[in-house]
Design a protein around this ligand. Structure first.
Ligand SMILES: NC(=O)c1ccc[n+]([C@@H]2O[C@H](COP(=O)([O-])OP(=O)(O)OC[C@H]3O[C@@H](n4cnc5c(N)ncnc54)[C@H](OP(=O)(O)O)[C@@H]3O)[C@@H](O)[C@H]2O)c1
Length: 255
């Protein structure tokens, strides 16, 4: 039996799609034959470069800028996507900011910003693009969370709290958007070090995971593609982390 969801000729929005993991996901979807909208905030030049590369795979591509800290810009992004594509069938919520904050010094504005970027923006985009599926057309949503979402990341408290909310929202949206749209999550472990963090420290931490290995971006991309193609999977999280979430990977208290 043919799968119900064929990626070819679908349109995908990838937030934070101009750089790093988001860009790799956008590229993989284009290679599968999806038209791709690259969302970016500050990375205008990388977004332009990404477009040319995506079009090289024989698909349509466009890039839209939005600061997802602003709900109005989330809504404007939805409008731009629908105006360009007519409808969007795949949403990958990957935009993120791995900012430091401690429980002792946590400020309300920091919590609000993290909740907006990591939880409310994915909800607004998903609702805007998938809330009214055309004629029961199937859709796919993949939320990028974090393998350490169940660990107390004491140096990144607001980030951690908001990614926990995105995990919860994944289950809520999976129920709300069924039966036409699936909503799942991918939880990467130590894949690419945050800006300014040395690769050596990252590799040392990764060796403490059960599989004693740092992941590759391709591992994360494979999980996203699986969830985009899967017909009977919703509300799930795939941890791509060498098993680190099972033992906290020695990262508890370090972020
Ligand atoms: N890298 C890892 O090893 C790792 C580990 C665990 C989880 N993850 C998750 O996997 C996903 C991809 O990871 P990544 O490391 O590639 O992400 P990243 O580089 O930290 O962020 C991706 C993009 O998010 C965008 N962004 C940040 N603030 C924004 C805002 N206010 N409005 C709109 N966009 C904003 C940025 O776009 P511009 O550059 O255009 O400003 C950035 O390029 C993220 O959700 C992350 O939490 C990654």
């Amino acid at each position: 039996m043919a799968p119900r969801f064929d990626v070819r000729n679908k349109t995908a929005l990838v937030t934070g799609g101009a750089t790093r993991i988001g860009r790799a996901i956008a590229t993989a979807l284009a290679k599968e034959g999806a038209n791709v909208i690259v969302h970016y905030n500050t990375s205008a030049a990388p977004a332009e470069q990404a477009l040319a590369a995506l079009e090289g795979h024989g698909v349509r591509a466009n890039a839209f800028q939005a600061d997802l800290l602003e709900p109005a810009q989330c809504e404007h992004l939805v409008e731009e996507c629908l105006a360009w594509a007519g409808s969007v069938q795949i949403v990958v919520n990957s935009a993120s900011s791995f900012g430091k904050s401690s429980l002792a010094e946590l400020e309300a504005a920091d919590v609000a910003a993290n909740m907006q970027l990591h939880a409310l923006a994915p909800l607004l985009l998903t609702r805007g693009l998938m809330g009214k599926p055309a004629d029961g057309e199937p859709g796919r949503v993949v939320n990028m969370i974090d393998a350490y979402v169940h660990t107390y990341q004491r140096t990144h408290v607001a980030y951690n709290l908001s990614k926990r909310s995105l995990l919860d929202l994944t289950g809520m949206m999976a129920l709300e958007f069924a039966p036409d749209v699936t909503v799942n999550a991918v939880a990467p472990g130590l894949i690419i070090p945050p800006e300014g963090e040395g690769a050596d420290r990252h590799a040392d931490l990764a060796r403490k995971a059960p599989l004693a290995d740092r992941g590759r971006v391709a591992d994360v991309v494979d999980a996203v593609l699986y969830l985009v193609k899967a017909d009977l999977v919703t509300g799930q999280t795939i941890y791509v982390d060498g098993g680190a979430h099972l033992s906290a990977g020695g990262r508890m208290g370090e972020g």
